[in-house]
Write a protein that binds this ligand. Structure first.
Ligand SMILES: [Zn+2]
Length: 86
């Protein structure tokens, strides 16, 4: 088990979790599942170690893999200054 140390923001010991991370790659939103990361239980800060970061970079460069991957649909909403409440 990798020791992630403490959160840089609030100094809480980080806990190892498998997380989802999203990346915009050439205009496409790509989500990587089950990436091991250190997560701060207090403020939610996420840290990946160098090895995981390199692996994620390799996965994101593999456009054939991305083309073959299952897709999900996500909500898309427009930013509005204020929604009128009736
Ligand atoms: Zn924190």
């Amino acid at each position: 088990m990798y020791n992630y140390g403490e959160c840089e923001i609030c100094n809480t010991p980080l806990q190892e979790r498998n997380i989802q991370q999203d990346f915009w790659i050439k205009g496409r939103l790509v989500v990587i599942e089950n990436a091991p990361a250190g997560v701060c239980p207090k403020c939610g800060e996420k840290v990946v170690n160098a090895q995981v970061g390199e692996r994620i970079a390799v996965l994101l460069k593999d456009s054939k893999r991305i083309d073959r991957a299952p897709t999900i649909s996500v909500p898309l909403i427009k930013y509005e200054i204020e929604t009128s409440v009736v």
